[in-house]
Design a protein around this ligand. Structure first.
Ligand code: IMP
Length: 185
């Protein structure tokens, strides 16, 4: 696929898949004998969740949430708008939030507080990408894939104006495209 806005590849498909395997092994080990409810935040985490889930060796079920998108004007306040809530109760369940990327941490902080209030048996986070340099609030990441620089990345579920989610690798945008595509915060 020709991607005119691409500057360079950050993580190729084999690096990502190897990491997903490592994360799945750690999750499978920690949850042995338990059933896990995987919760993905739409839409970016869908590809990661699909790959991770297929490599888990414990029984899993899926649920999804949608929240207001990156760069929304409410972001700085940490208030996240729920566009779609979970279908099922998580009370008494072992819940693993599957995130594509943690940047400021505001989305995840909000989700953790919200879901903790619903009394799951346990609540953990698995995030493929961690932009540590972007953090505004502290969040626990129990299973972390890669630490990445504070640049806009696209592919493997992450979009540039809704495009390129299906690209199997992660790439960095050209600076001019980054400026054009970045929502005004
Ligand atoms: P946070 O609340 O700032 O941690 O943002 C988390 C959400 O912002 C992610 O789930 C993504 O949807 C989006 N996001 C943050 N950084 C990037 C990026 O580099 N590319 C695409 N989406 C991003």
């Amino acid at each position: 696929m020709h991607i005119p806005e691409m500057d360079r590849i950050l993580l190729d498909e084999s690096e990502i898949q190897a990491k997903v395997g490592e994360l799945a092994a750690a999750v499978s080990r920690d949850y042995r004998g338990k059933e896990v409810r995987l919760i993905a935040v739409l839409k970016g985490a869908v590809i990661f969740m699909a790959d991770l889930a297929r490599r888990l060796e414990v029984p899993v079920s899926f649920d999804f949430m949608a929240v207001s998108s990156y760069g929304h004007s409410t972001q700085s306040s940490g208030v996240v708008r729920i566009l779609k809530d979970l279908d099922e109760s998580i009370e008494g369940r072992h819940v693993l939030i599957v995130e594509d990327i943690v940047d400021t941490g505001l989305t995840l902080r909000y989700l953790l507080d919200l879901l903790e209030g619903r009394r799951p048996a346990s609540l953990r986070v698995c995030a493929l990408l961690d932009k540590v340099g972007g953090r505004k609030v502290a969040v626990p990441i129990h299973y972390r894939g890669f630490e990445i620089p504070n640049q806009f990345v696209v592919g493997y579920g992450l979009d540039y104006m809704e495009r390129y989610r299906n690209v199997p690798f992660l790439f960095i945008m050209k600076p001019e495209a980054q400026a054009a595509g970045k929502p005004a915060v």
